[in-house]
Design a protein. Structure first.
Length: 152
């Protein structure tokens, strides 16, 4: 299916692509800085999903309806690495999580606006699916933080 986008949709897609690229890059950089191997793995997996989102947006930008995409099959089961004491490693990892959780909240809000602004129902459906993925990313980060006594 080939389609044309409105000027507003084109502008919004550009913004979404920039955010997805930023997310993918942040997850990769934060994975390199994380102390806990579980957190490194989580951030690496989420970076891959963000790259898939970027590709879906590129398809839309090119006038193609993207494939429904891979599921958001990122592990959300964690074992406690940190306890109640505040070590420097725990503080560092908590900072990385808080930064990415704030990023996910921002990106999800941007998708919310775009879902309302796009004219084609099938594109709204794709954007809504990506928004749901972003919310699930935030949930996984929250679960990690809760398991490791980082979230109050």
């Amino acid at each position: 299916m080939q389609f044309n986008l409105t000027q507003k949709e084109t502008t919004l897609l550009k913004d979404l692509k920039e955010q997805e690229k930023l997310c993918a890059d942040k997850y990769q950089k934060h994975a390199a800085c994380a102390h806990d191997p579980q957190l490194k793995q989580l951030f690496t997996e989420l970076s891959g999903v963000e790259n898939a989102h970027y590709q879906m947006l590129t398809d839309i930008e090119s006038g193609r309806l993207p494939a429904s995409g891979q599921g958001n099959n990122v592990n959300g089961q964690f074992t406690a690495t940190y306890n109640m004491s505040d070590t420097q490693e725990k503080k560092d990892d908590a900072y990385l999580c808080s930064d990415l959780l704030a990023t996910e909240k921002h990106v999800s809000a941007l998708y919310n606006t775009c879902v309302f602004e796009f004219t084609r129902p099938e594109l709204r459906q794709v954007l809504n699916k990506i928004q749901t993925d972003e919310q699930e990313h935030g949930e996984k980060i929250y679960q990690y933080m809760k398991t490791n006594a980082m979230y109050s």
